[in-house]
Design a protein around this ligand. Structure first.
Ligand SMILES: Cc1cc2nc3c(=O)[nH]c(=O)nc-3n(C[C@H](O)[C@H](O)[C@H](O)COP(=O)(O)OP(=O)(O)OC[C@H]3O[C@@H](n4cnc5c(N)ncnc54)[C@H](O)[C@@H]3O)c2cc1C
Ligand code: SF4
Length: 490
């Protein structure tokens, strides 16, 4: 039997897949099929549950062979369902970042000015707004107060939440429809224009068939194949490189050696702080209350040291207690076990604990490979440059600790860098020249006609801020270049 034949196949329904699907269908392409391995959960099917089984049904936990767990999307709408709402434009400094040889990581045509119309389009779609102080939870206020004691400024975040109820279950999916996900924005438009989203379709490989692409996938146990003129690979930061590596192993020629290399988790490191007695109105503060992203951030060290800081709630007592284990701070217990330690944790949780994370312009120290079953793995690469970034970051954070009186500890030891990261960038990076990356400046895989890729893995380098808005704006620009070739001149 001949394969099913369509115009476009989109693999994955996160930002990097749904946005091209929407725009191609709206531009009149008749047969646009999105193959998504996950299920579709409507708002009424979401739960406010901390049960691991539920959480891993909403977010894909990919555990590497080095026992580092990364988080990525696994539902229709990808990680837009679980994300924490922060949607920042990338500053000029990030676009202009250069490698050791003095070459820009981003292709030349990516500048704040050239991206502005695409950022604006996405911000309008997701209802992104500058959060007012009246909607910032107390966890954000504590963070601001800590920074004020260290003479550092902070800004209100830009987020895609409307009229948030501060229930604190953002990563489980918002049961109140206050977060504007792809299911609230692009997906209904794509479907109105005729695009079809198929669930439970796990794409295994892609291959060339003359002028067409053949996409091979499993729907349950059944092996299927579909032919298309144009394919977008958009499985997210880990599954996209894994799919290309599987395809190469199955015979797809012409993919270069950069596939999987340069994987970058955006300089993310989690910190916990233990607030001193009398810091504020501590009885009214609970570290887990309020939205997962606490609505603030600081650019204070971005120009000098390349990182931003972002407060967040949702701190689990066990995760916090485990982090104390690695601390050498004299203000904290010396041993992290026994009754005395349990009593100490009870005395500080939840009124004296705070959490925040860094994001920063840090070099890669990982690559994505595949395990024998073809699933993604993350392996180590040289990390001297990354450790220098961490040295700068930790030194600044300790200055804040001394000035504010807040005892600050990293969330995990350095060897686990990347643990729980959801910013999975650059493993199929975009590049100005074919010899430096996987994807050309227009989103087409180098040397592979009509094979496009504009999800998290195409973002060439760390951003220093949360990536969803930029992934979306790049996707808008790439698909605009297909629909309106004249836009490629801008
Ligand atoms: C809990 C959480 C909180 C976050 N908070 C923020 C935030 O506040 N701000 C921000 O900017 N970013 C945030 N992020 C990160 C952001 O959501 C991701 O960077 C973004 O979703 C990546 O988009 P993507 O399209 O590349 O991949 P994804 O959104 O991960 O989508 C990929 C899709 O492809 C599907 N897929 C994968 N492989 C296959 C296959 N072989 N066949 C078929 N389908 C496949 C997956 O099931 C998934 O649905 C968060 C992420 C998580 C998990
Ligand atoms: S905190 Fe706000 S956005 Fe998050 S789940 Fe609750 S209502 Fe939704």
């Amino acid at each position: 039997m001949p394969n099913e034949r369509v115009d476009a196949v989109i693999i994955g329904s996160g930002y990097g897949g749904t946005i091209p699907a929407t725009r191609l269908a709206e531009a009149g392409m008749r047969r646009v099929v999105v193959l998504e391995r996950g299920v579709r959960k409507e708002t009424r099917e979401l739960e406010q549950s901390d049960a691991l089984a539920y959480q891993t049904a909403v977010v894909d936990l990919v555990v590497s062979s080095q026992n580092i767990a990364f988080r990525t999307g696994k539902l229709v709408g990808g990680a837009s369902i679980a994300m924490d709402g922060a949607m920042f434009r990338v500053p000029r400094r990030s676009f202009e970042r250069r490698d050791g040889a003095g070459r820009r990581h981003w292709p030349e045509r990516y500048t704040p000015e050239a991206m502005a119309p695409y950022y604006q389009r996405v911000e309008e779609m997701f209802g992104v707004r500058h959060f007012p102080w009246s909607e910032i939870p107390k966890a954000g206020g504590m963070f601001a107060k800590m920074l004020a004691r260290a003479d550092a400024s902070c800004d209100r975040a830009r987020m895609n939440y409307g009229d948030c109820l501060q229930c604190g279950f953002c990563a489980q999916g918002c049961i109140y429809n206050k977060k504007h996900t792809l299911l609230h924005t692009y997906i209904p438009r794509a479907e109105r224009a005729g695009a079809v989203f198929r669930t439970g379709c796990d794409v295994r490989t892609i291959e060339r068939s003359g002028a067409l692409w053949t996409v091979r996938y499993l729907e349950g146990a059944e092996a299927k194949a579909i032919d298309a003129d144009i394919v977008f690979v958009a499985g997210g930061g880990l599954h996209t490189p894994a799919l290309l590596l599987r395809s190469r192993a199955a015979g797809l020629a012409g993919l270069n050696a950069h596939v999987g290399e340069h994987f970058n988790h955006n300089g993310e490191l989690q910190f916990f702080g233990v607030l001193p007695e009398g810091f504020d109105d501590l009885d009214r503060y609970k570290c887990y209350a309020g939205m997962d992203n606490a609505g603030l951030m600081t650019w204070h060290w971005f120009e000098s040291d390349d990182f931003t800081l972002h407060p967040g709630g949702g701190i689990e007592p066990t995760v916090f207690a485990a982090a104390v284990q690695s601390s050498t701070d004299a203000r904290l217990p010396r041993k992290a076990w026994g009754m005395e330690f349990k009593r100490w944790v009870e005395s500080v949780y939840p009124h004296r604990v705070m959490g925040f994370s860094s994001l920063g312009l840090a070099d890669s120290h990982h690559a994505v490979t595949i395990k024998p079953d073809g699933s993604p793995d993350v392996v180590s690469r040289p990390r001297e440059s990354y450790d220098r970034y961490l040295d700068r970051l930790e030194a600044r954070v300790q200055e804040v600790s001394r000035a504010s009186g807040v005892a600050i500890i990293p969330g995990y030891p350095r060897r686990y860098s990347g643990m729980t990261s959801a910013h999975l960038l650059a493993a199929c990076r975009m590049s100005e020249r074919a010899e430096d990356g996987v994807v050309d400046p227009f989103g087409q895989v180098w040397g592979q006609r009509n094979l496009y890729l504009c999800d998290a893995s195409a973002i060439p380098y760390a951003l220093g801020v949360n990536p969803a808005l930029t992934i979306s704006a790049v996707a808008e620009r790439v698909v605009d270049g297909i629909i309106n070739p004249a836009s490629r001149m801008s």
